[in-house]
Design a protein around this ligand. Structure first.
Ligand code: TEU
Length: 560
């Protein structure tokens, strides 16, 4: 079933991700809330975004900041009330902004009433909503590891069985083999779709189908037995047909450790499963041998190869989410750019790199003003369950790194790097709250904040505003094919987008030294114009030899 053009609004849209706990506190709680989001809708309209992806705001004990849901039908009072949500939805729509809600149905909180009924009672009607296995030789059923460190099984003392948790032990995996679970999921999604929300982000949705013999993994952490699992497409087609297609919801699936082939099917243009997918391969180029918890530079040539693979692989077959940042990733300007001398230039360059590609760009709160990692120096400053677990495992349990080494690793890799309070202005706590925030504000907020950015026409904010508008105005960004122009270049990431009558060339110097490249043979220089650059004094004439200054980006358009 193909969708009509207006149903494909998201192909020219830019989506803004809000992590409500860190976005804006309307009161003096120290944590963000829904009324705080409502107060910033004018700011978001000014930026020009088309939709908001709201990370979970449902009832939750907040072990994993809302990704451990205890009631899918209620709003966490920390964020506000259902009336507040209804107001946000209405006012966002009045601003011409759609709302996409985050749905976490690979697992629930162990505080969920289903799990509470199942725990300790093999006869509970909800027992089979989760995955229980007998111990083997008195140990866990297999050697799968939690993505937050440690084993992926937790013992239920009363029944002597273990339950599976791919994430924290307070996040019990749902048993999607059980048709009652799938019906519950359809009911949850229908409830929110009936309220008029415009779409869903589906958390680790490619992990829902586990290989049913749950074998030990002799060569890895078990992910190969549940990632893109045996029935994942069947389940997604069932949910899509029952709900997503019925309501015309836009859907984006978070695909952990996935493949291009699966993503071509998840996001196939026949709309049988999802609208688009997040994959993370480009955000593992600073994971040497796939190891996240080590301090390492990024692999530039691998970064270009990965983008080439996915841009060419999805073109005409599927649709990707384009992003650098989210609530799980460090701030990109600190990670791949230069968050000191060239913070503004490199933040703009990195924005151009993804925004001129095919797909739907996602802007994570604060990315549009070039927010940086906070550079915490003590473990007490961290709150993320993954980060504190890994500190305990690596420093205290396994003793594979020293305290200082782990602090340096966390300063580069922790998810808290992106969860520091949004920096609104130069007042106390960066205008995020009137009370001490739940997570320390980055110390650079007095000069680095949204108010200063909106007052500065050369800020990252206005560069992002132009990128968002270019996607709407220049069709080749949406429809063109992709070619990496300089795969071997040690400093420049340059690519070409080509359609029938438009050629776009995006040149990006990823380093602080000047770099040169030659435009492709056949480029009609006389017809070439500079659409956008991050240096004000941009020469107007386009020459064959391109000399790029530190972190310079240059977007050229040739129209035949
Ligand atoms: O993330 C899943 C995921 O792949 C990342 O959390 C990654 O596994 C983690 O950063 C370890 O490197 C989703 C949500 O985005 C994340 O916030 C949740 O913690 C997780 O699922 C569990 O719901």
């Amino acid at each position: 079933m193909t969708q009509s053009a207006d149903k494909l609004w998201w192909k020219k849209a830019s989506i803004y991700q809000i992590y409500p706990k860190s976005f804006c506190d309307s009161g003096a709680k120290g944590t963000g809330d829904i009324q705080g989001i409502i107060s910033k809708l004018d700011y978001l309209k000014h930026l020009g975004i088309d939709a908001i992806w709201l990370t979970p705001i449902y009832e939750s004990p907040m072990i994993d900041n809302g990704y451990d849901i205890s009631d899918y039908y209620a709003i966490n009072p920390d964020f506000g009330t259902m009336a507040d949500f209804d107001q946000l939805l209405a006012e966002a729509h009045e601003h011409g902004i759609r709302i996409i809600m985050d749905i976490v149905v690979n697992h629930t909180s162990t505080e969920h009433k289903w799990f509470q009924s199942a725990l300790g009672d093999k006869n509970s009607p909800y027992r089979d909503y989760y995955i229980w296995k007998d111990p083997i030789n008195g140990e866990a059923p297999n050697n799968w590891e939690s993505k937050f460190g440690g084993n992926a099984w937790e013992l239920d003392e009363a029944t002597g069985q273990y339950y599976l948790h791919l994430f924290a032990k307070e996040q019990a995996d749902l048993n999607w083999e059980n048709p009652k679970v799938r019906e519950e999921v359809k009911d949850v999604i229908s409830f929110w779709a009936e309220k008029g929300i415009d779409g869903f982000r589906l958390d680790v949705i490619n992990l829902i189908s586990k290989q049913q013999d749950f074998p030990n993994d002799d060569i890895g952490d078990g992910r190969r037995f549940y990632t893109d699992g045996p029935k994942v497409h069947q389940y997604l087609q069932e949910i899509s047909e029952a709900v997503f297609q019925k309501y015309g919801s836009v859907t984006v699936g978070e695909m952990s450790s996935t493949t291009l082939e699966h993503c071509q099917q998840y996001s196939s243009l026949d709309n049988k499963e999802l609208s688009m997918v997040f994959n993370f391969h480009h955000l593992k180029v600073d994971y040497p041998n796939g190891e996240k918890w080590t301090k390492a530079p990024f692999n530039f040539s691998q970064l270009k190869e990965i983008f080439n693979h996915w841009q060419t692989g999805l073109n005409g077959k599927g649709w990707g989410a384009l992003f650098w940042c989210n609530h799980d990733q460090p701030r990109i300007v600190s990670r791949l750019g230069n968050d000191s001398e060239y913070r503004v230039e490199s933040a703009k360059m990195l924005g151009a790199v993804v925004h001129m590609m095919q797909g739907t760009p996602y802007i994570y709160q604060g990315e549009e003003i070039g927010m940086t990692n906070p550079g915490y120096t003590s473990i007490e400053q961290y709150r993320d369950v993954e980060s504190t677990n890994m500190y305990d495992i690596m420093v205290n349990r396994d003793k594979v790194v020293t305290h200082d080494e782990m602090i340096a690793i966390l300063a580069q890799k922790s998810r808290d790097n992106s969860r520091t309070p949004m920096q609104w202005n130069a007042s106390e706590f960066a205008g995020f709250s009137k009370a001490q925030p739940w997570l320390e504000v980055a110390s650079n907020y007095p000069a680095l904040n949204a108010e200063a950015a909106v007052d500065d026409k050369n800020s990252v904010f206005y560069f992002y505003k132009q990128l968002i508008q270019l996607r709407k105005d220049v069709d080749v960004i949406t429809t063109g094919d992709y070619q990496d122009l300089y795969p071997e270049h040690s400093a420049i990431f340059g690519y070409k987008r080509q359609s029938e009558n438009q050629t776009l060339i995006c040149l990006n110097n990823f380093y602080a030294d000047q770099a040169e490249c030659t435009l492709p043979v056949g480029t009609e220089l006389s017809k070439a114009k500079v659409l956008l650059s991050n240096y004000e004094d941009q020469e107007l004439a386009v020459t064959k030899q391109q000399v790029l200054r530190p972190y310079e980006t240059r977007i050229l358009l040739i129209e035949s």
